[in-house]
Design a protein around this ligand. Structure first.
Ligand code: 6R9
Length: 647
């Protein structure tokens, strides 16, 4: 009973405190109280939050705690070890791809590894403000390197270790990173991913000066190693470099608004955007959302199954849990290796109390149901993120995994928002399956119609936010104009998420999906433009258009229409080549499920491809509605007739 009532009372009282604070315009006092948990080398001179969200009034900016000086790494490690006596507490249970590989890392050990890694980076010439690209699998060294950067004020840019060499190259070049940290390889399930080879290919194409620091992969086939590489190819192995590196490393005291990291997210033009998060605001926001949304207790064992290459891993594997001094599972593997019960086995093994995963994983595991044959009785709270969760998956998660005992927190947020923005508070918010429910403290969402007018009550339209919270992104790296154009131009005065939403009669928010040219495959966002760009690299393709189609496990999958150049034949070989090309250019997550021959594409008179029609063809929906804006309506019949040959 206490586990239900204590958090409930805690949340309700916090909620009321906040509501009152909001009314009195004292939201600042609320965040100030949160900031008091942390160490500040110098206190803030400015207010907790300053901002302009209206492009018509000048440049867009958000600032949190201006004038304050602090260090993220100090707050998530030293503070616990030195002030909180948590040196012996487990920070991570690392569980490898193979169940035989596992290890335990305490806060004290983390601090030592991080300081030594920070000194290695310093020795390599990395200074405050320099960018470090990290292309590593889910091994402890990934977290050490991120925190080592944070300690010395370098800006990390983690690139998901499933991206291709082209994608890695593009991200290194855009960030102008001076160092790349990578491993020689990693097993994902039975498959070996040769990170070293991919990194070498990426570096061949870059023009920037690069050092590579390679670290060991977790499975025995690969030797422990690390190296640095400059233009003249000098190499350094992780273990060697770390062995003579000192454990003492004074943190660099940074301004509250100094950048902490860059993380690339797909942009609708095809070129990824370097989302920039800053030190103080991100610390406060990931700390508090983690604490409240997962109702954190000091004896919890928390597990988020995301990869740190995505924002979910940054905020809710690295920073949020560490800021709270939590114990987490760090998992290198996949849900179905070496068997389909792996997730449940890990929950049982570590007695996981809070579990956070994606609808795509839930749907995959549901297929192997009916019930996990493991002891899941330690679970208290279940979370989901990444895409809308369908009611069937929600019910299975709630009833079968949570045994009707655990609230399901459906957390809506984005790389850009830094942390949860729409989310239930467990045991305090009455749940509705499929709804991310209400805004988190200090967040003010609203729904706009096509004309940018706010719609009250039950309504559907564009999901936007009226004002910032501490953890919102500050800019697109080296491209503030793109930041303003993407998020603030369409409806002046609001941050535009790019998602549609519906508000029901009880005020609950339901995300209806992306309304821009973005796709969400297994919880990973990608733009139609980047897949189209990859397809048109093929010498036989003259034009390509990509849409989404519902998929039982992935949520959405890619359905591609390609127009071939004269005399080129559309056959199985062509389909295979095109799929391989997209894999190579973007990565395996972007492999198309269907490729269809399109002798012509449906276009408006002004030449715009009508994706709405292509989406309906992909879904075999015959009732196409108004086709009057089409330049040549006959195209549609041809596409339907070719549909059956899509492969
Ligand atoms: C955290 C993350 C962001 C996009 C977002 C939306 C979708 C995320 C969701 C959700 C419905 C949820 N999304 N969580 N849709 N319900 N609970 O996933 O960040 O990779 O940037 O993706 O994901 O479409 O706009 P990111």
């Amino acid at each position: 009973c206490a586990t239900v009532w204590t958090p409930l009372i805690h949340h309700i009282s916090m909620h009321f405190t906040l509501k009152r604070a909001l009314k009195c315009e004292f939201i600042s006092a609320f965040w100030k109280q949160v900031a008091d948990e942390f160490f500040w080398k110098k206190p803030a001179t400015g207010p907790m939050l300053q901002y302009n969200f209206d492009v018509t009034k000048g440049n867009i900016f958000v600032k949190c705690m201006e004038g304050a000086k602090t260090n993220m790494c100090y707050n998530v490690l030293d503070r616990h070890v030195r002030e909180g006596n948590l040196g012996e507490k487990v920070a991570y249970y690392w569980e490898g791809n193979s169940p035989e590989h596992h290890t335990t890392i305490t806060y004290g050990q983390m601090l030592s590894h991080v300081c030594r890694c920070a000194n290695v980076l310093k020795r390599m010439g990395v200074r405050k403000g320099d960018r470090v690209s990290i292309y590593l699998p889910m091994i402890p060294e990934l977290v050490y390197t991120m925190l080592a950067c944070a300690r010395i004020g370098a800006v990390h840019s983690v690139v998901f270790a499933g991206f291709s060499s082209d994608s890695l190259c593009e991200r290194i070049m855009d960030a102008q990173s001076s160092v790349l940290v990578t491993a020689d390889g990693v097993y994902r399930g039975d498959k070996l991913i040769n990170l070293k080879q991919i990194s070498d290919e990426a570096l061949e194409k870059t023009t920037s000066r690069i050092y590579i620091k390679r670290i060991k992969a977790s499975e025995p086939v690969y030797r422990p190693c690390l190296f640095t590489q400059t233009r003249n190819l000098a190499l350094d192995w992780w273990d060697e470099a770390m062995s003579d590196s000192s454990e003492d490393c004074e943190p660099e005291w940074l301004d509250a608004e100094d950048p902490l990291f860059i993380l690339y997210t797909s942009g609708s033009t095809g070129k990824p955007k370097g989302v920039v998060h800053t030190v103080a605001g991100y610390l406060l926001y990931t700390f508090l959302t983690f604490k409240c949304v997962f109702d954190y207790h000091h004896d919890d064992v928390y597990w988020c199954t995301a990869d740190i290459g995505w924002i979910t891993g940054h905020s809710y594997i690295t920073y949020g849990p560490l800021a709270n001094g939590a114990t987490s599972v760090l998992f290198e593997g996949i849900p179905v290796h070496p068997h389909v019960g792996r997730f449940w086995e890990v929950i049982e093994k570590y007695k996981v109390t809070k579990f956070y995963t994606a609808p795509t994983a839930i749907r995959l595991l549901m297929k192997y149901g009916p019930e996990p044959l493991y002891d899941l009785s330690t679970l208290r709270i279940l979370g989901t993120v990444g895409e809308p969760i369908n009611p069937e998956a929600w019910q299975w998660y709630y009833e079968t995994v949570g045994q009707r005992r655990c609230p399901v927190v459906d957390t809506f947020w984005q790389t850009e928002t830094g942390g949860h923005v729409l989310t239930p508070l467990p045991a305090a918010t009455p749940l509705k399956p499929g709804s991310a429910t209400f805004p988190f403290f200090g967040v003010e969402p609203t729904i706009l119609n096509e004309h940018g007018e706010e719609v009250e009550g039950e309504a559907e339209g564009y999901l936007v936010f009226r004002k910032p919270w501490p953890g919102i992104m500050r800019t697109v790296y080296e491209n503030h104009e793109r930041f303003e154009n993407t998020y603030f131009k369409k409806f002046p005065g609001f941050y535009v998420t790019g998602d549609g939403a519906r508000r029901d009669k009880d005020g609950y928010f339901w995300i209806t999906g992306r309304i821009d040219d973005m796709l969400n495959v297994s919880g990973h966002l990608m733009s139609t433009a980047e897949v189209e760009a990859a397809l048109t690299l093929h010498s036989a393709v003259s034009e390509a258009a990509v849409v989404s189609r519902p998929h039982q496990v992935k949520g959405e999958c890619l359905y591609c229409f390609v127009t071939l150049k004269d005399s080129r034949e559309f056959d199985k070989k062509m389909v295979a080549e095109l799929k391989m090309l997209v894999r190579e250019k973007i990565g395996p997550i972007a492999t198309p499920d269907f490729i269809q021959n399109a002798p012509a594409l449906p276009k408006t008179r002004s030449g715009k491809i009508m994706r709405r029609i292509l989406r309906q063809i992909a879904r075999n929906e015959k009732d196409l509605g108004d086709l009057s804006t089409l330049a040549d309506p006959k195209v549609v019949e041809v596409l339907f007739s070719q549909r059956s040959e899509a492969a």
